[in-house]
Design a protein around this ligand. Structure first.
Ligand code: HEM
Length: 443
């Protein structure tokens, strides 16, 4: 039997807890070719160049295996692709229209204004830890926060949010390479998208009649130069935000807590220097990136990379997490340095597909980890390593059980920020969707 390649070993769930030695092995040969024709790229400069190369396509229709999958849809209409799956010029047009209601320069206060509200949710979740001394950081904390944030952003009413968690799980699961062939997954994806699309369709109708201060209303009422977004594009964008912003942020918070509990000196330092949280979250995105690799790219021309010609039509595996620990770019890359400033990590990708939600993800990570660090007395891990979900692309613990001696009271300002709707919010957060086995970020 032939020895599995290093890349195949990275994909093997048995190596999920610590893939970093394998990434170091991969970096010894910056570009390698797998038997199925995939080119694996693992060094910082080469990744950076490909992320910015217009000859690299994100459109699944450029991928050699997709024609058969479309045929397997057996007459079902193809779901509209969201902008993560488009190349320019369509990518840029759709992204710009979604960007305008999301942040500067058109809507400068959007994310900053969410900070008190995020603090309120975080406070509610940690308050519930008070009558126990052991919780699962994933199910009890990291998981509810991002989906609630995205629902708030999109203007989904509180009472509908538990359904959203189920859709998010369903969609993510059907997109996971481990859950079936490409054909099967595309068929199941279309089913979940149809349900989600129906819901969003109603929401769009209600916002069209009565626009609010949410992203869907913003997209509907845009009058900018590239407007309007079609109804299908609005639905696809809303679905994309739900999927792209969910599991990624769960993993940022969970990996963050795991890293802090493994290094109690850093946890103490954070409590002494709260401002450290800004560089600490950036370092997490470098050191334990929630998105470890992207396998959704295809070359649309021959491209020379580090002396290898990658032929037109080749699938790429862009190994973000390997590039983030490349010693030729980062000093002492295997050390978690919460104050690191020379930190142009690839955790949010690069180029035109640079993470759309980065400002929100950063804010969520900063608020969540600061509050956990401040309020839990003597927190400690129950198991190290924790159990991981099998997905190699969106890597994170399935559970992170921790124990602690006590929970300190919420900060006064956080307490004051709790609105009359706070208890309703807390009740909705108690509904926990069944966790899927593994997940994948797709559009
Ligand atoms: C820590 C959390 C997050 C991480 C690590 C992360 C990482 C990434 C990465 C690596 C990409 C590039 C994907 C690709 O091109 O294949 C990306 C794109 C994207 N992300 Fe995030 N993301 C996070 C949170 C969020 C949030 C909260 C949102 C939504 C509010 C979001 C929305 C998007 C969207 C829409 C894209 C597609 C951008 C485009 O194609 O132009 N992400 N993200």
């Amino acid at each position: 039997m032939t020895q599995p390649s290093i890349y195949q070993q990275v994909l093997d769930p048995a190596n999920r807890a610590n893939p970093y030695p394998l990434y170091a092995e991969l970096r010894k040969t910056p570009v390698t070719r797998e038997d199925d024709g995939t080119y694996v790229v693992s060094t910082y400069n080469e990744l950076y160049a490909l992320m910015h190369d217009p000859r690299v396509s994100s459109d699944p229709r450029s991928h050699p295996g997709v024609d058969g999958a479309a045929a397997a849809n057996q007459g079902q209409p193809e779901p509209t692709l969201s902008f993560i799956s488009h190349d320019p010029p369509e990518h840029d047009r759709l992204r710009e229209l979604a960007m305008r209601p999301f942040g500067p320069p058109s809507t400068p206060g959007r994310i900053d204004d969410m900070r008190p509200w995020l603090t309120e949710i975080t406070t509610d979740l940690i308050d519930k830890f008070a009558d126990k001394n052991r919780v699962d950081i994933v199910d009890d904390f990291s998981y509810p926060l991002p989906v609630t944030a995205i629902c708030q952003l999109l203007g989904v009413p509180l009472e509908d949010q538990p359904r959203f968690r189920q859709w998010a799980d369903g969609l993510i699961e059907t997109l996971d390479p481990a859950t079936g062939s490409l054909e099967e997954r595309m068929r199941k994806k279309a089913e979940v998208l149809a349900d989600l699309g129906q819901y969003f369709s109603h929401l769009v109708d209600s916002r069209a009649g009565q626009p609010g201060d949410d992203l869907i209303s913003g997209m509907l009422t845009d009058t900018g130069p590239h407007a309007p977004l079609s109804r299908d594009d609005i639905l696809a964008t809303a679905g994309l935000l739900l999927v792209a912003g969910h599991e990624t942020t769960v993993n940022l918070i969970t990996n963050g807590m795991l890293t802090l509990l493994r290094q109690p000196d850093v946890l103490d330092r954070l409590n002494r220097e709260p401002g450290l949280i800004i560089t600490l979250v950036e370092e997490l995105l470098r050191y334990e990136p929630p998105v470890q690799m992207r396998t959704n790219r295809t070359t649309i021309a021959d491209i020379d990379v580090d002396g290898t010609t990658i032929p037109k039509g080749s699938p790429l595996a862009l190994m973000i997490a390997a590039g983030n620990r490349d010693p030729s770019r980062f000093a002492d890359p295997d050390r978690f340095d919460p104050g690191r400033t020379d930190n142009a990590h690839l955790g949010f990708f690069g180029g035109i597909h640079y993470c759309f939600g980065a400002p929100l993800a950063r804010t969520e990570g900063q608020v969540a980890l600061s509050e956990l660090a401040r309020r839990l007395v003597n927190p400690r891990l129950v198991a190290d390593p924790p159990p991981y979900r099998p997905n190699p692309e969106l890597r994170g613990p399935r559970h992170l059980f921790i124990e602690y001696d006590a929970v300190l009271p919420a900060r006064q300002e956080a307490g004051q920020a709790v609105s009359p709707g706070g208890s309703k919010l807390a009740a909705s957060l108690q509904v926990r969707a069944a966790r899927d086995e593994s997940t994948c970020m797709c559009g």
